[in-house]
Design a protein around this ligand. Sequence first.
Ligand code: ADP
Ligand code: MG
Length: 278
Amino acid sequence: MSSETSSVSRETALPAPTSTRVMVVVNQKGGVGKTTTAVNISAALAQGGLRVLLIDMDPQGNASTAVGVDHRPGVRGTYEVLIDGDAMDWHVVRSPEAPTLDVLPATIDLAGAEIELVAVPGRERRLLDSLDAYLATHPYDYVVIDCPPSLGLLTLNALVAAKEILLPIQCEYYALEGVSQLTRTIDLVKGNLNDGLRVSTVILTMFDGRTRLSSQVSEEVRRHFPTQTLTTTIPRSVRLSEAPSYGQTVVTYSPGSPGATAYVDAAREIARRGSGEH
Ligand code: ADP
Ligand code: MG
């Protein structure tokens, strides 16, 4: 553990995994809470004293924004790593959100990578190769990858680089619609490119306890993913949607808000499950 983590009190310290957990936040549906989950889980894990690398794989760069990292056009990051073969080391920056939270930012340039990658040798393993090389000299407890809302080459690179899938499901109509398509994609990736990939964690987002619908979706998802679904559900909370406009996660923007406490609880569940501690 680095000295930076010694400021974390015993009560908030989270257990570290025995080896780096690489988790990809994926769901090809837009607006289900991928980015919100990726940044807040990352920040909560880092606040718990763990070393976290957040990789922004979405050309929108919303994850970069949310952790206060510059992603104006021209800023180098994921695009240069994937297309130019730049070392991750050159472009990873520290987030102001937590002393142990690092970020590989994405800019709108990454939109072109989806097409440019087609012509690049080993196009599905660009992220994996770069991440492996980086992790060999830069130890992290968690790598969290935020994906765009599609199953193109950017998401494929993330699925190949990761060991675990963190699947956010919005408590809305048709919540499980698309999950079967995603499952087929995961099976394809498993069969051909990444044997060990699995859906380790499902997180229910935008839960509204006042509606029957949210409870029904929650029950359905828990039936489908009985061991993977976190006990903690993320409520609808306006603070969660406000935080990014201040370049912050809700964990620092409004620590006592329901959204922040939910993500802190979810991060604790993830950390405990991953350390073999329950
Ligand atoms: P995705 O990355 O899957 O497209 P986002 O995380 O960007 O989804 O969320 C979509 C929108 O919903 C954003 O405006 C975000 O701020 C908002 N949002 C996400 N989760 C919540 C929540 N639990 N409560 C309220 N708003 C939320
Ligand atoms: Mg997003």
